[in-house]
Design a protein around this ligand. Structure first.
Ligand code: ASP
Ligand code: MG
Length: 593
């Protein structure tokens, strides 16, 4: 019999009427011939209220007791939900995380799932019961109650769907799915019928925030199709699967992260180990760093910029100043009035001219680009916060995101077959041992590229647009782009191109910069690009640091870097490629699939 997991978020169980409505939906699903597991969040804002209560007692609540407290929110909901189903004349059993056997590590308030037993759930399902699982919670080795971090019920739902090999995982919420961008910022945002795991991972971190990021990592790892939909009607929502909305669509969505702050360490010696020192210091404070933009240095000196959430700025500056002192850097600069605009698309990697289109749209809207960072499926720019909404609108329009893409495939909502459904249960169970561990699929070396750098890029709209238009018109394929924050209004823009096009590109740029407020142009005809890709790169912040550490130990200087949800890319001197590859392979040996 098909098995369906249905997760109801806080707003979908906010009062007794809503609980009864959710119960009716589950009963209906069961009557349609399915086994049903419900995963339920705490009612409404109950978790916030509990946190508030704790804060009234102390501002230093022990994390263990916090989990003891917060887990009660879900316990209330599951009990009420079971009663609701009984009242409708059907059988149900509520289970806490501990009763199911959701084992986690002991990191209270942000525990990671290690394994889930399925016996008890299966037994209850076979007895014809609807199983109601408390979201967000688990138990550690010593039977302490743990929680998975805010929004963690999504992760419980997807993890249960994975271990039970469910046919569908439905996430019921107060929005009707995923949009091309936040409809509260842009009313022209369009509802998407299907989005890929990778795009969703990037979008979630980019601020779309519909689902808990770790739940998407899980879904990707175990190929669980997710259907995000509203609990207030029967309208179909968005399927999150391995496939994007349309195969050849360059951009599937755009996102705005409003509350960013930029930090720049000025004048650090351009030698191995500097990034390691900086980012280890910040990681020690458990601050997560977003856009890391390190550009090629000049005269042995480089600037390293990155963004953090505005709320983390003060703590970050402390760590950055420590690092600057240790590195004998010139100083630390910052700006807390910036925002990040990004576009994401699985099809971007196979198309040229995507960056050009984005930069042109920004230039025409009069938006100055402060920093650029690209990965295979994402382009992010940092802009002044007052221009953020205009920038988002310009980009959304440039890629015609308000219109459904040509060639969008029909989406099968009922049962999306799992792309790579593993029938080998033993294999799954062994992989589940440490389900949320970092997994690295590929460590790749690309020795086919060259780097070009335009220095002295004036702090005004339109320069990146002009450069990438000229480059695209020359038929040159651009891969990685990095624009660092400029000093005295002069930024540095670097990008990689195929070695065969290096000379042509250099000449083209030399001609172009003469008539523009930028230059000179420099470059390296042979660089090596290394990529570490996998799942869990963002939630395991140590990945970038591990990469920096092993390259430092191998004495390799990093010329360019960018990081994303699914990948860390670094560009080094061409002759260091093989050595860097060996170092990375060794450093990540334990995380290989
Ligand atoms: N109740 C928890 C929270 O509010 C977990 C969840 O709802 O996903 O964060
Ligand atoms: Mg939620």
């Amino acid at each position: 019999m098909p098995l369906i997991v249905q997760k109801f978020g806080g707003t979908s169980v906010a009062d007794s009427q809503k609980i009864l409505a959710a119960a009716r939906r589950a009963v209906r699903t069961q009557q349609e011939g399915n086994q049903v597991v419900m995963v339920v969040s705490a009612m409404g804002h109950n978790t916030d209220l509990l946190i508030d209560l704790a804060n009234q007692i102390t501002d230093q609540a022990p994390a263990r007791e916090m989990d003891m407290l917060l887990s009660t929110g879900e316990q209330v909901s599951v009990a009420l939900m079971a009663m609701a189903i009984h009242s409708l004349g059907h059988e149900a059993i509520s289970l806490t995380g501990a009763q199911i056997g959701i084992k986690t590590d002991s990191t209270h308030t942000k525990a990671r799932i290690q394994s889930i037993s399925t016996d008890r759930v299966r037994r209850a399902l076979d007895e014809g019961k609807i199983v109601i699982a408390a979201g967000f919670q688990g138990i550690d080795e010593d039977f302490n109650i743990t929680t998975l971090g805010r929004g963690g019920s999504d992760t419980t739902a997807v993890a249960l769907a994975a271990v039970l090999q469910a046919d569908a995982c439905e996430i019921y919420t107060d929005v009707d799915g995923v949009y091309t961008t936040d409809p509260r910022v842009l009313p022209e945002a369009r509802h998407i019928k299907r989005v890929s795991y990778d795009e969703m991972l990037e979008l979630a971190s980019l601020g779309a925030g519909v689902m808990h990021n770790r739940s998407i990592e899980f879904a990707k790892k175990f190929t669980v199709p997710i259907h995000v939909r509203t609990s207030f009607s029967d309208a179909l929502g968005t399927m999150i699967t391995a496939l994007p909305e349309a195969e050849d669509q360059p951009v599937g969505g755009a996102a705005l992260a409003k509350n960013e702050a930029r930090v720049t360490i000025l004048g650090v010696p351009d030698k191995p180990g500097t990034s390691l020192t900086i980012f280890s210091k910040i990681a020690e404070k458990a601050i997560s760093v977003d856009m890391i933009v390190q550009n090629v240095g000049a005269d042995g000196i480089a600037d390293v910029s990155f963004t953090v959430l505005k709320d983390d700025l003060r703590a970050t500056l402390k760590a950055a100043e420590e690092a600057a002192r240790e590195l004998k850097a010139e100083g630390v600069g910052h700006d807390d009035d910036v925002a990040k605009v990004s576009v994401v698309g699985l099809g971007m990697a196979r198309q040229t001219g995507v960056a050009r289109r984005m930069f042109r749209a920004l230039a025409d809207a009069g938006v100055n680009i402060l920093m650029i960072s690209t990965s295979e499926i994402k382009i992010s720019v940092l802009v002044a916060r007052p221009q953020a909404a205009a920038a988002l609108r310009a980009v959304h329009q440039a890629f015609a995101l308000e219109k459904p893409p040509a060639g969008a495939a029909a989406v099968d909502y009922t049962k999306t077959p799992r792309a790579a459904r593993t029938s080998d249960v033993v294999a799954i169970v062994s992989r589940l041992q440490k389900m949320e561990e970092l997994t690295i699929d590929v460590i790749a070396l690309d020795e086919s590229q060259a780097r070009l750098t335009v220095s002295g890029v004036a702090d005004q709209p339109g320069i990146a647009a002009a450069i990438f238009e000229a480059v695209a018109d020359g038929g040159i394929f651009v891969d990685m782009i990095v624009q660092s924050f400029g000093r005295e209004g002069k930024a540095k823009l670097s990008f990689t191109v195929p070695q065969a096009q290096y000379k042509q590109c250099h000449e083209l740029l030399d001609k172009l910069v003469g008539g523009m407020k930028c230059g000179p142009v420099s470059g390296n005809a042979q660089v090596a690009k290394l990529s570490v890709s996998g799942i869990g790169l963002r939630s395991h912040t140590e990945v970038a640091i591990r990469a920096f550490r092993c390259l430092t130990e191998a004495g390799i200087n990093v010329a360019m870097i960018n990081t994303s949800e699914v990948r860390v890319n670094v560009v080094v001197e061409g002759s260091h490629g093989q050595k860097a590859l060996a170092a990375l392979q060794k450093a990540f040996a334990d995380a290989r699939q």
